[in-house]
Ligand binder design. Sequence first.
Ligand code: CU
Length: 256
Amino acid sequence: MWKSILGIGLAAALWSGTACAHFGMAIPSQAVIEDRRDAGIELTLSFSHPMEGEGMTLEKPECRVLIEGQAQDLGAALTPAQVMGKEGWKLRYTPRRPGVHQFVMTPKPYWEPAEDCFIQHLTKVYVPAFGKEEGWDAPAGLEAEIVPLTRPFGNYAGNVFQGQVLKNGKPVPHAEVEVEFYNRDGEYRAPNEYMVTQLVRADAQGVFTWAVPFAGWWGFAALLEGDRQISHEGTPKRLELGAVLWLEFVSPQRTH
Ligand SMILES: [Cu+2]
């Protein structure tokens, strides 16, 4: 009897594992910085279920910003914060010069018993500052990443977004990309389980295309097999890499 209860529990755990995808998240308080009088932005880092608003514990990650290829470590600026009810992180950042700011969060690999593997979501978000927009298409050089083909800011809801999935700098043919809305205010409910996380497959060049249905922050996560194994209680386990990218899509403002 206990076995069957365990079996049901395990099936439920596996089901929710596929239906609810966790995402590394890096969400800035502002998508674009235009005004020099702005006191900077706040970046919220978490490991969460964005559509359902459920947090997971995120151990202190590494975080840096790349501006025109130059990296600056932001680790010292991280402060603990509750995000969706679990441990996450915040950091304040004041841009000093014009340019595309590419923020990269590298979490510690997370042990996921339900999938018998470690998960590490390398998470990116772009914030352009003071009118400059060049350089958004340059890879950050991560082990796994989505490089945008559509400019990753200043997009309307309803636009088509294209990105290319790279692993160690090379395109990943037919990569699977999970897509999820950040339901920050709990404004929406998915009509069914399939619509919590949506899915698209990249083409032979690792390029995927997605039409964004409504305004807000959208996360794209390409899930790839890592090259490393990590020991869990003495047994080597596989590492799943997530190449995650967050983008905001907005509705036009009406003048009257
Ligand atoms: Cu999860």
